[in-house]
Design a protein around this ligand. Structure first.
Ligand SMILES: [Fe+2]
Ligand SMILES: [Fe+2]
Length: 181
């Protein structure tokens, strides 16, 4: 079961990163932060998490490099700048390679706002991801939260970092340049 359906694959099929629903929420978040994405950006939004297909975990050794697969496809189809847009959608991956997170990172974070709580938790429980997400939490106070309270906390945190960083990115580079990044 685990080898046929590793956690990352379950996430893409029916979990938090469901391959149709999650990109739709990221699209809406992108629209909110930067305006309507062009078709190349839409392709990147659609495939950015496909690397999870091969991952036995979400935040472990394999999961942490999940952006690489989608980035290769995006670079091949659309060119290097779009490869980088996908590659650096992960804060962890960006930090590891001393790069600034891409626009997609903040839209990805903000996407949780467009995900109904019950639906997010249902998917997280069905796939089993919620166990891993909550296991990696180091803060004792957060460990004691119920799943519903944990979701509220996560949404608040992601909303704040996405709004601050997404907006800063736009005002720092100027809207037109950022659109191309
Ligand atoms: Fe991702
Ligand atoms: Fe994502």
């Amino acid at each position: 079961m685990q080898s046929l359906f590793p956690l990352g694959r379950r996430s893409l099929l029916f979990g938090v990163h469901q391959f149709l629903w999650h990109p739709w929420t990221v699209y809406r978040a992108w629209n909110h932060l930067y305006g309507r994405p062009d078709w190349r950006e839409v392709v990147c939004i659609f495939l950015h998490d496909w690397g999870y297909w091969f991952c036995e975990n979400m935040d472990g050794k394999e999961g942490r490099v999940h952006p690489e697969f989608g980035a290769k496809i995006a670079a091949h189809l659309l060119g290097r700048e779009y490869g980088d847009l996908v590659l650096y959608h992960s804060r962890y991956y960006s930090n590891l390679h001393c790069q600034i997170p891409s626009k997609l990172c903040w839209a990805d974070k903000l996407s949780i706002v467009y995900d109904p709580k019950w639906f997010y938790l249902l998917r997280a429980k069905l796939s089993g991801e919620i166990k891993e997400y909550r296991l990696y939490e180091k803060d004792k106070q957060i460990l004691d939260l119920t799943d519903g309270e944990w979701f509220d906390y996560l949404r608040e945190e992601f909303l704040n970092i996405a709004e601050v960083n997404g907006r800063n990115l736009v005002s720092y580079h100027g809207e037109r340049e950022v659109r191309k990044s």
